[in-house]
Design a protein around this ligand. Sequence first.
Ligand SMILES: Cc1ncc(COP(=O)(O)O)c(C=O)c1O
Length: 357
Amino acid sequence: MSKIHNYSAGPCILPPEVLAEASAAVSEWDGHGLSLIEMSHRSKPFVAVMDECRALTKELLGLPDRFDILYLQGGASLGFLTAAYNFLPEGGQAAYTDTGTWANKAIKEAKHLGTVDVVTSSKASTYDHIPALGEVDPRNAYLHITTNNTIYGTQYAEMPSSNVPLVADMSSDILSRTFDPEPFALIYGGVQKNMGPAGAVMYAVDTERLGATGRSIPAYLDLKVHLDKDSMFNTPPVFSVFTTMLTLRWLKAQGGVAAIQAKNEAKSALLYAEIDRNPLFVGHAQEGSRSHMNVTFRLTDDAHAAAFDALWNDAGISGLKGHRSVGGYRASMYNALPLDSVQVLVDVMNELERSRG
Ligand SMILES: Cc1ncc(COP(=O)(O)O)c(C=O)c1O
């Protein structure tokens, strides 16, 4: 079979060496005589996996000591509610930025627990940019941001400066670029893009800011309960955590986040240059808000759709269709996608221009 160039938005491409090691461990894990997924999560070898996964996450994100890491179930969708439960005080309010579909879901969940102050929005222009942010009312316990908007293909070029602590859904750009963790109280993200296979959500929690809401929190939603149990309050998603640990080892061996950021920037620069050059294509996101992870674009004339779709399918490209809510195309270029795959897509876009010219 010829090579597939996997542009899926998530679950998505993972490094081949990670897939090889993970699949071997599902058959028989490291001389233990059992599959990874038929061993107790309380066994010594798996506890070591959880510990390494948490430690590597903190190291690669460059987080100070006050942060601690959790790997739980429920995805980022449960993270929307968990974030509010743990940081939105009883009777209080929090600021949210409205930058797309996932940001809206976060807003909706927080409204179960308090007042939500939507401080900025790019809805009026179909979420084609990251909207400017003024001073946030200091009565807000935190400012929630979605650092990368997977569906619309926008991303904060720089993390916003804020007069209140930041809470961030980083599901689709975590570990793709360096940032200053200082203003953050909580970072969370489903692992199924840059970190590993679906099944877990990662929380990086500022332990010094935790426990100040004055509310009674159901056990599974209480981050302190999970921290006190070293992320083993209940059965963790063992395969997802193990494979995430392998992906983190891989990332470290690549030179860490700064090194992968340089590669990610080279990949997105190549594709955006072609979108800007080729008269058959137009990008969705405004310059200055363009995502390095999810590049959204469309044809200037839909009459070319059948020809373009045939060309990229023939080239072994998969997962290029835009999200069903917006249409067009979306090239998701997570950490494990090689530059070669981007070149194949650019060549196909060129080929379309030649064939239509
Ligand atoms: C930015 C962002 N937030 C949240 C989610 C939801 O994640 P999950 O499916 O883990 O609940 C996604 C899923 O793609 C996402 O891209």
